[in-house]
Design a protein around this ligand. Structure first.
Ligand code: ATP
Ligand code: MG
Length: 282
């Protein structure tokens, strides 16, 4: 099989989760040291370790087959790229923020003001969509201090928890975009190597989104439980030694887990046990 070329962030907020995703798919990227080009262990893949901002360019030019990067960076770069999978980590939002005591309380009040941002293209696009005009001041970092230094009235930057804004005396006014790490390729570009890689990634992503649950149940409520929990095909049922009782095994989406657990208990389920799934091939 040909070697799949994958562009990854070398260091930063996506790096560790990107390496972990590959590791869980059985693709080891050995101690990166100073190297920028690292062959994987146990899989025909070569990792290019880059600044995240450059990843869209590498993939768009066909130098890398795929890349793992924040959707915010993909959209800012504005190359024609296709999001093949959303990866569920690196969640954040691109937001307009102003100094705590600013008179600006809604996005429309930013009209005519100066906005400092590391995302000039996205900021311009979002302001256009809202029919607002403002002066955009592009920066390469430390956007948060621009208002206190008098360079801008507002900023547009990435926010995850909001603690950085708080630290710099800023208040979030409006979220333009919600973002997470994504897998990108050139539109429609595929190959056996890429399909094989996606098969593995999907196994990991599916497992992360599901939990394996098992519980004891009075046999007469089984049909109600099956309706609640369709599982992969249908739940596995095993008899308990105690007559009239069964053990039910199935999978449930993590998002639904608490709701399902409560309803199961309401139906008489006991001893509900929840386990992580390592891989899940549908
Ligand atoms: P590089 O050195 O690779 O250019 P960087 O400093 O530009 O790195 P990071 O701060 O590592 O970038 O963030 C990478 C991506 O992680 C962001 O583009 C965004 O998609 C995501 N992200 C998730 N949470 C946060 C956060 N709290 N602050 C900033 N980015 C975040
Ligand atoms: Mg960067």
């Amino acid at each position: 099989m040909t070697v799949l070329r994958v562009a990854l962030q070398r260091k930063g907020r996506l790096a560790e989760d990107s390496f972990r995703l590959l590791a869980e798919a059985g693709i080891g990227i050995p101690g990166i040291g100073e190297r920028l080009r690292v062959p994987a262990v146990g899989y025909p893949l070569e990792a290019y370790l880059l600044r995240d901002d450059d990843i869209p360019l590498y993939v768009a030019n066909g130098v890398a087959d795929i890349g793992i990067v924040g959707e915010n960076v993909v959209q800012e770069a504005a190359f024609p790229l296709e999001v093949v999978r959303r990866l569920g980590f690196g969640r954040c939002r691109l937001s307009l923020a102003v100094p705590k005591d600013s008179p600006i309380h809604s996005v429309s009040e930013v009209a005519g003001k100066r906005i400092a941002t590391g995302y000039p293209n996205l900021t311009r696009r979002f302001l256009e969509q809202l029919h607002l005009q403002a002066t955009i001041q592009p920066l390469h970092g430390s956007t948060e201090i621009a208002p206190s230094l008098g360079l801008a009235d507002a900023i547009v930057d990435i926010v995850a928890t909001g603690s950085t804004l708080l630290l710099h005396g800023l208040r979030e006014v409006y979220a333009f975009l919600h973002s997470e790490a994504v897998l990108v390729r050139r539109p429609g570009e595929t190959s056996p190597a890429l399909e094989d890689f996606l098969f593995r990634i999907d196994g990991v992503l599916a497992a992360r989104r599901q939990k394996y649950i098992l519980f004891n149940l009075p046999e007469h409520v089984l049909q109600e439980v099956v309706a609640l929990l369709p599982g992969l095909k249908s739940p596995t049922v095993m008899p308990l030694v105690e007559k009239g009782w069964i053990s039910v095994h199935t999978v449930v989406e993590e998002d639904r887990f608490w709701e399902v657990a409560q309803r199961l208990q309401g139906l008489g389920a006991q001893g509900i046990l929840v386990l992580d799934i390592e891989k899940l091939i549908r």
